[in-house]
Ligand binder design. Structure first.
Ligand SMILES: [Zn+2]
Ligand SMILES: [Zn+2]
Length: 324
């Protein structure tokens, strides 16, 4: 922990009084200098890309937001605006992207500076502590379902019941899906069923793919555990024309038998984060459908304990730092 002066926002930027900041897999990787940010993160760095707070000061030329507005700062801090990815609207795939808490200082601080163009409004119905996790983990599963071609009534298998996975269950159930929860932690069964899963599969002792096929096969699989082995194991549980969407990184290769792709048009794809429009939809859907992430709360001064808890997988739901 260190004291720094509170500085004025540059033209086009705002200063935010941070109220809450989620703690994410990305923060652990930045903290440890680990994959997938080995050659990407710059140091020293204030982590945190799930930032929510109130605009405290605005720089010259800012038309929105105004002082006092509730806003969030997501993963995507800025992009070049003119490369092929940006022109297509895929700002997060810009090769010159700046990332909150990775290449720019993030939300593990009481006051944060950010360009107005990076911000998203937070609906009044969403508390600060829930906004951060919804803007990152919620956004990731919301877009993952879209990428997987999800329709109401589809069977959705969610691999991993951590911060990302539990939101996968909540969103898929609220969007009209039937959900199977897959975890190596049998003690998560009751919670997974409370979040909306109808089926729980213990990945340590059970044949995950066979259980899914007995269920009729999954139309969409969201893999949130950062494990290529878990993805290889679950893939044969897909229904014909189903999609397996990778949401958690792993340095190892995935094994898939080509026959499963050829015979039944199964797809293996991936999805990461999303646009500011996607963030608005994710937050508005959560507000309209009373989606509330399960949180484990920490104070700012206990940020290191939060990172350690995240790394060891011993958290309930999502970790969030509170500043009040
Ligand atoms: Zn995150
Ligand atoms: Zn670009």
């Amino acid at each position: 922990m260190e004291d720094r002066p509170v500085t004025e926002p540059a033209p086009g930027w705002v200063r935010i009084r941070v109220h809450a900041c989620g703690v994410c897999h990305g923060d652990v990787a930045v903290w440890q200098g680990a994959f997938p940010y080995t050659n990407f993160a710059t140091y020293p760095r204030v982590p945190g890309h799930e930032v929510s707070g109130v605009v405290d000061e605005v720089g010259a030329g800012v038309e929105w937001p105004a002082k006092g507005d509730r806003v969030g700062v997501p993963w995507l801090f800025s992009s070049c605006g003119h490369c092929r990815s940006c022109c297509r609207g895929d700002f997060v795939y810009c090769k010159d992207t700046e990332v909150t808490g990775v290449t720019q200082d993030g939300g593990f601080q009481e006051y944060m500076l950010a360009p107005a163009s990076a911000l998203s409004p937070i609906p009044d119905a969403i508390p600060f502590e829930e906004a951060g996790p919804l803007m990152c983990a919620g956004l990731t599963v919301f877009n993952g379902l879209k990428e997987g071609g999800f329709h109401a009534g589809d069977k959705v298998a969610v691999v991993g019941m951590g911060g990302l996975g539990h939101l996968g269950v909540l969103y898929a159930a609220a969007m009209g899906g039937r959900v199977a929860a897959i975890s190596t932690h049998p003690e998560k069964e009751d919670e997974a069923k409370n979040w909306g899963a109808e089926l729980f599969i213990n990945a340590t002792f059970e044949d995950v793919a066979a259980r899914l096929q007995d269920w009729g096969g999954a139309d969409v699989i969201l893999t949130t555990a950062p494990s290529a082995k878990a993805i290889s194991q679950v893939f044969p549980g897909l229904a014909q024309r189903g999609s397996c969407v990778v949401l958690g990184p792993s340095p190892d290769p995935i094994e898939v038998r080509p026959g499963l792709l050829l015979n039944g048009n199964r797809k293996l794809t991936g999805s990461t984060t999303g646009s500011r429009e996607d963030i608005r939809r994710t937050l508005e859907f959560a507000a309209a459908n009373s989606i509330h992430p399960t949180l484990t709360r920490f104070k700012l001064e206990d940020a290191q304990a939060a990172l350690v808890a995240h790394q060891t997988g011993r958290l309930r739901g999502r970790a969030v730092l509170l500043f009040d």
